[in-house]
Write a protein that binds this ligand. Structure first.
Ligand code: ZN
Length: 159
């Protein structure tokens, strides 16, 4: 969890300010929350997000079945189709400590942290650029997956 959070926050620092990958990056938040809800794992441990094709790695006890992967794909698309608003709020670091695991966040100069909410589906600390409504994301398509050493890697794109 700590690593995941740090990855997302650090990812937000540079590249994810780029609006051209905002749909993919916003979809990444939804995929993370959907993985947590469906399979009781943590958010991605590493991410490589591009405009065309992206990949995410999750620590998993066991490989997901094709059926599981289809559930993931259809659930992410169901959430996108709800056209949830993406809402940015700022909370004091003290409150963030209670709601999120921020132990490994880089120490900043600000004492407020930025929370990105996707409707009431997902909340995480992130300073990246996002779309305003989930319908702007498009359609989430899983491409390939692999599993080794306890890590599931999914490759996906938006169409
Ligand atoms: Zn983000």
């Amino acid at each position: 969890m700590e690593d995941n959070l740090r990855n997302e926050v650090e990812a937000g620092k540079a590249k994810f300010q780029d609006f051209s990958i905002a749909p993919s990056h916003t979809c990444e938040h939804i995929i993370n929350q959907t993985m947590v809800r469906l399979f009781d794992c943590g958010r991605a441990i590493s991410a490589h997000i591009e405009k065309k094709k992206s990949k995410l790695d999750f620590k998993m006890d066991k490989e997901l079945s094709l059926e599981d992967l289809q559930r993931l794909e259809s659930e992410v698309n169901r959430i996108i189709s709800l056209d949830l608003p993406i809402i940015i709020t700022y909370i004091p670091e003290e409150e963030a400590k209670e709601r999120f695991d921020i132990n490994r966040l880089p120490k900043g100069t600000s004492d407020t942290l930025r929370v990105v909410s996707i409707g009431d589906y997902d909340q995480c600390l992130c300073i990246g650029t996002h779309v305003e409504h989930t319908m702007e994301i498009g359609i989430f398509k899983l491409l390939t997956h692999s599993y080794s050493d306890g890590v599931l890697r999914i490759r996906w794109k938006l169409i």
